[in-house]
Write a protein that binds this ligand. Sequence first.
Ligand code: NAP
Length: 444
Amino acid sequence: MYFDLFVIGGGSGGVRAARIASSLGLKVGLAEGKDLGGTCVNRGCIPKKLYSYAAHFQDDVEIMKSFGWKTEKKSFNWSKLVLAKKKELQRLNGIYRNLLINSGVKIFNSWGSFGDNNKILLNKKKIINSKYILIAAGGKPKLLECEGAEYCIDSDSAFDLKVLPKKILIVGAGYIALEFASIFNGLGVDTTVCLRSNVILRGFDSEISEFLYKSMEEKGIKFLFNEIPKRISKTKNKFLVEFKNQKQEFGLVMSAIGRAPFIDNLNIKNTKVKITKSGDIIVNDYYETHHKNIFAIGDVINRVQLTPVAIAEAMNLVNNLKKRKKKKLNYNNIPTAVFSNPNVATVGLSENEARLKFKKIKIFKSTFKPLKLSLGNFKEKVFIKMIVDSKTDKVIGLHYIGEDAAEIIQGFSVAVLKGLKKSDFDQTIGIHPSSAEEIVTLKQ
Ligand code: NAP
């Protein structure tokens, strides 16, 4: 069988590339060994956001009380949530399948590996030849290195636990760790996060990290800074975790220490494709590997591990292939959100990054209790931070902690991407009463 483009991996990036290439007239095939939709649909963004909703309703119940509602009869059924999630994911898998079929892509429910630079083996047997090959095989959880690490669950298995533990330890303090900590905590699990440093969400604006840490701690999550497991052992039906300075028992230990490219079974050695020490596929600005007809996008290249970025890389690659052009994707000002409780969203530079890049900057901040929480005794606050280049008045960073942070920053990211000035924000009339109106009324 011969294709113009053969895609290995049916995640967000692979599916988009295959669909668009096919609709542009190329003969396209795609191999996926698991469910279509990849990490985002099956083991990432979508189930995580559904579980976040489930967990954050816990807060809503408290807020309801402050508005006069009686809420005594509340109860939560984990198995029901897992089942409802499963059904929704099956629906999404079907949508992905139909999108591919309707755009003329031939789908193979098989694992693809390289026979040589132009040859793909499906489930190590069936041979496919293709002019171009795209590796979009995604990522997998990194493994914790300590004695007893095999007892840890990761985010893949966390979604389908048979029962919720009473007490959980989460190792790591990045996106996945903090999102799951908020999920477990919201669902009533005694939750502890341990991390190797003294800062959560490293790489984010440091005031945002600090504010989020305090907000999560106020909601009952415990943090162990500068502590990661040295040894994990199984006791009767618990896990004993030994740290540098203490030991504690947990019902479950979850590792969330980052994700690595999933290239294990690709037989990359049969090609000219090169990888870094940590297994990332090396590509240039146009997603070309060391073999000119093999490309890679998404989590396997480990640039920015975000679904919309993989999709943008797919579009960029296919447009370049079709138009024989060489246009680079702009990686600046990618907005991002952490669906912790409270949510965090950000676009542009942190204060530290801005200070390195610009001579003089202005910082605008606001901390306030949102109207929705004003009738009860709640401590949670919204935090907004804006960073402006003093010379040009352009807004170069915008950070938000609070309900619907992602929805708010998604809108404002257009303004930051387009280089709008603080004076443009000031001219914008606020929508009252809203929390987001503060962004257009910030005073130094
Ligand atoms: P991450 O955000 O990179 O965070 C990894 C965490 O693990 C950090 O706290 C890191 O600490 C720690 N860590 C790394 N190696 C360690 C080790 N050997 N021992 C102990 N701790 C270690 O990774 P992630 O949370 O696993 O998520 C993976 C990627 O998926 C993210 O980078 C993100 O791009 C994507 N994602 C996005 C979303 C979203 O858009 N909402 C949600 C989930 C995942 P240091 O800070 O000290 O390095």
